[in-house]
Ligand binder design. Sequence first.
Ligand code: ADP
Ligand code: MG
Length: 577
Amino acid sequence: MKIRTKRKDRKFWAGISPWIIIGALVILVPIFIAMTLANINKQKEYTTQLLVEKGAALIRSFEAGARTGLGMQWSSFQLQKLLIETAQQPDIDHLIVTDTYGTILADSDPSMIGETYGKDLDLKHIASSKQVEWRQVPNPGGADTFEIFRRFSPTGDSFQGFQAEEKTAKGSKGFIIFVGMDMGPVNTAREQDTRHTIWMAVVFLLIGCSGVISLFLAQGYRSAKTSLSRVKAFSDSLVENMPMGLVAINGKGDIISFNQTAESILGCMSRDVMDKKADDVLPRPCVALLQSLKTEKKLLEKEVDCPVKDGNMVPLEVIATILEEEDGAFLGYVILFRDITEIQHLKKEITRSQRLAYLGNLAAGIAHEIRNPLSSIKGFATYFKERYRDNPEDEKTAEIMIQEVERLNRVISQLLEFARPMDISKQPTSIHTVIRHTLKMIEAQARSKGITLRTELSPDVGDILIDPDKMTQVFLNLYLNAIEAMERGGDLSVSLSPQGERMIRIDICDTGRGLDREELAHIFDPYFTTKPTGTGLGLAIVHKIVEAHQGEIRADSVKGKGTTLSVFLPANSPSVI
Ligand code: ADP
Ligand code: MG
């Protein structure tokens, strides 16, 4: 018997279906992409806001600087100076102040003064609102410039310093300041942030995927465990309830499984034998079988007589085999067995019937051949008896001859009755009446031998379909055998009881000399007798009658203690038929 074991080279992840990975990716990837994009946008907004605030703060401080210088008769020259100084800060590209016509009034690059700037913007609208605005201006020399602009009003309404300037266009109302900031460092920071965000997204995606996969794995493991325990429960109950005894023994020779049938056949409880050495617990023949398995290493099948707990011998059909792993490694033994008492009984019955059929045919032929000369011999003997009437000695010899011939005739009649096909006519009969009637017939004989008659007839048994004359013959034969077995008195008990739903049982039990195993095996054979004057046909005829009633007869005996003959008959109640 091979046992399939787990392959050792199997990787744990081999159980992950690619569909789980694809499913997890399909769900998680869009979520993470959307989250990353939102994150990047937020960062962009944040840096923009930061730049705008920075620019606004610069403008405010610039305005404040201009305001303080007002009292000291500020001119565009001073403003220009302030612009140049401020623009020296590392991340400031340019600082420009224009009027609403876009004419540059002051510039961090003084060469630009008088040029126009910001013509593409609605400068008048900007000058009229307090709103800080921004735009991104491409810079051919490097990174884009982030430009913040708004109305420039150090005094609130106008800036007197500029009115003196000749280049100021007429009718211009208000000024606009542009702060250009270098986006290079910002872009680098943004790129770093974006890279970092993407990395984080990838890491979280991997964690999310492995989380989902481990969830599936855990679920798979759980369901595999559940189905495994279900399979185990099924196989356990299969082993426990199988109609054969099963004993499993491990490599060390300890019993590791002992099912219910094994308990009932061997008569010991599983809890008493589990984990014990098989050699100490199992019956000798089973142990011997295990020994031969060790040398022969194959499946062994044998019929053995096993002594069981109560001391009885039970015929068992035993199958023993070695348990091996797939790679041939030795695991232990399994012994399967069943009680074949019933099968053996049936086998014996069949052989007996066959033997009887041959014997019956032979006997009928011989009986017929003997009967003819017997009548001639009897005729001659009668003639000689008449003829030697005067010679008493010869007359007696002739008389003996006649008697012997008659005895022979009786034997042959019995033989013929036995050999002839049984002819029975069943009718509804009270089995109670038949038993009582037959007991009455032998009552006197039993009393004369000091035998006590006992009866225990169950009222649950009603009328049954039998041939009353033939059954009378059966009971008389059984009573007479019992009486003959109790030469020095004893008890003869007759009991009647239902046997299951479809049979009735009559036990005729005596306390006579009993029979040994060998005798018991032959008592139903014709001509088997232990009595000097017996014919050995009584029980053979009884057997035949009972069989003709679709019944059964069994004998059980203990030498020196007594014998019980049990007759089983179908309880076909007449009303059913
Ligand atoms: P017979 O009575 O002519 O010997 P039977 O067929 O009736 O033939 O019985 C066969 C044999 O079975 C008997 O000789 C006897 O040895 C044995 N036998 C039958 N019934 C009993 C019994 N109740 N107790 C002991 N032995 C019995
Ligand atoms: Mg007899």
